[in-house]
Design a protein around this ligand. Sequence first.
Ligand code: ADP
Length: 268
Amino acid sequence: MLEIKDLKFRYSRKSPVVLDGVNLTLKKGEVGVVLGKNGSGKTTLFKNILGIEKPEAGTIRFEERDLSEVSSKERAKLIAYVPQDITMAELTVFDTVLMGRMPYFGFRSAKEDEEVVWKVLSDMGLSNLASRNADELSGGEKQKVVIARALAQEPGLMVFDEPTGNLDIANEQLILKEARRLSKEKNISILTSLHDLNQALEIGDRFFFMKDGKIKYSGGKDMVTAEVIKEIFNADVEIIEHDGRLIVMSGKSMKPSPRGEGGCEAAG
Ligand code: ADP
């Protein structure tokens, strides 16, 4: 379980407060989606969880351990990160995924590490790409390789920052489905930010709405209401049920907009 209590953070003593008492709980095997406008602090929250930034106050515990007392190597065994912008080194897909095993080996990988890599590649349907150069793959393939690298870490928690950012719709769906499958099959908790409220509803078990450096609302799907979206994003939406699924639609009074405010995506 991930348990964040009263987390406070600012980038420097003179800069404004970015996280102002964040509280968040995510159980094992659950997918949590953090939603909020651009600049509401989602990436900053993730950086604190990963130890890239240090909180001013508050605690982050994962699987009963206070993360401030865990070394970065140990932390890398617990938590894997799939960043927003993917840059691939000039390595093969196999070696890229093997990098995920680094917290487990010193200078040389062991046979067991390579076995883990082959297993992850096979699970992700990437075995046939193992010897290809990772920087020459398509956007969707790169995204899968980065997820595979995170999985090779055998983490208990995976943190995704806008995982569908640069993907086409087919790859968006693939990544979301894959992430949810992994969380359920391997009992991994996933915390992700997402731009698109419909994608959020598709993948999420828990929803965390961020505003003014706080989680203003959190809960299951029933927490995703037009009122909450209005307050958090200042966008008018309608939520309809279709085939047992909730769908967020732009409000009738809104001007048509393919993306962003007024569309079925909210700024964030
Ligand atoms: P989000 O991920 O929700 O878009 P961020 O966490 O990136 O939001 O940013 C939250 C706030 O922190 C913003 O006001 C942003 O300008 C500020 N911020 C982000 N990174 C830095 C940084 N490295 N130094 C100073 N301020 C930053």
